[in-house]
Design a protein around this ligand. Structure first.
Ligand SMILES: [Zn+2]
Length: 325
């Protein structure tokens, strides 16, 4: 159970007074957030014994563009604030092209993720190498995912829900959920040291309604970060200018784009075709946005996350840290 938001704000204002900084008024009304449950709640000693250094976040997607598309603006915001951010693709993305061979696609996509990592300013873009469209949440994959999480010691992990459309997305979400509690079990997967303080796990956005819609526990205004997001996406030529337009039956749109070096035109193209989920979520969750941000306008694009009950239950300060507040 997180600390009450009112007492958190009181702590914050005490800090301001102690440091002599100009006092800023608290928000007009506190956002209404639900209470979260999580696997194996940490003791106060464990919470106090956090790893020193920058906040670390792992965005674990099934393919080498999932984290970029769905969470890229959040990642840019976090990196701006000094977080260490790692993107992960559990599969090699080898099925993501209509013309290149699978081996060639896997090779091209690996190179493109390296360039995307450079442009985003990531702490790494890891590809675990399971075959695209062939991932299963078995014991070996669970151990690999858990070992990687333990080695990086993230404060936050973000992954897919298990009701997403793609079998690899569902398997990836299942792997992270299955690892959630086991991360802290010392004799399981002894190749990497167990974590005393498990990470908070979030689900990235999807549009699916069965068994229920995504719950918008935290929302990030994506509008200020769209240009930098487009710069990162532009590194993955095989996806955003070849495969995805072909998969949508809209190859002519790429021809219409013409010169990619025209940055304004390129960004408008990427936002038009790739930020649809962010616009749809801004409409779908407008009421929740207003509730969580009293007095603020609803952005045009938002990135939305649901707290998973299979990680550590976040405190209010965890949520504010995730949001960069
Ligand atoms: Zn995917």
């Amino acid at each position: 159970m997180g600390i009450d938001r009112r007492s958190f704000l009181a702590l914050g204002s005490g800090l301001v007074a102690a440091t002599g900084l100009a006092e800023t008024p608290p928000p007009a009304a506190a956002p209404r957030r639900r209470a979260f449950v999580g696997a194996c709640p940490p003791s106060s000693r464990e919470l106090a014994g956090r790893r020193p250094g920058p906040t670390r976040v792992m965005f674990i997607g099934a393919h080498p563009d999932d984290a970029d598309i769905l969470c890229g603006c959040t990642a840019v915001k976090m990196i701006d604030r000094g977080f260490k951010v790692k993107f992960v693709s559990v599969t090699d993305g080898r099925m993501g092209h209509h013309r290149l061979s699978p081996d060639e696609t896997a090779r091209v996509r690996r190179a493109e993720t390296l360039e995307a990592a450079r442009r985003f300013g990531l702490d790494g873009y890891d590809i675990y190498g399971y075959p695209d469209c062939g991932l299963y949440p078995d014991d070996a994959a669970r151990r690999l995912v858990a070992r990687k999480i333990r080695e990086y010691e993230p404060d936050f992990v973000v992954t897919h829900r298990t009701c997403d459309y793609h079998a690899d997305h569902r398997a990836t979400g299942q792997l992270v959920m299955d690892a959630g509690y086991l991360l802290g079990v010392p004799h399981w997967c002894e190749e990497a040291k167990a974590q005393r303080l498990r990470p908070v796990i979030f689900y990235m956005s999807d549009p699916f309604t069965y068994p229920r819609e995504l719950r918008p526990d935290v929302m990030v205004d994506a509008d200020p970060y769209l240009d930098k997001w487009c710069e990162g996406l532009d590194a993955q030529v095989s996806q955003f200018y070849e495969w995805l337009p072909w998969d949508r039956g809209r190859e002519e749109d790429v021809v219409a784009l013409g010169d990619r070096s025209d940055i304004a035109k390129r960004n408008a193209f990427l936002v038009r075709w790739t930020a649809g989920r962010k616009r749809a979520d801004a409409r779908r969750y407008a009421d929740e946005w207003r509730s969580q941000h009293p007095g603020a306008q609803v952005p045009k694009h938002i990135e939305v996350y649901e707290v998973s009950e299979y990680g550590r239950a976040p405190t209010e300060s965890d949520l504010r840290l995730f949001l960069g507040e």
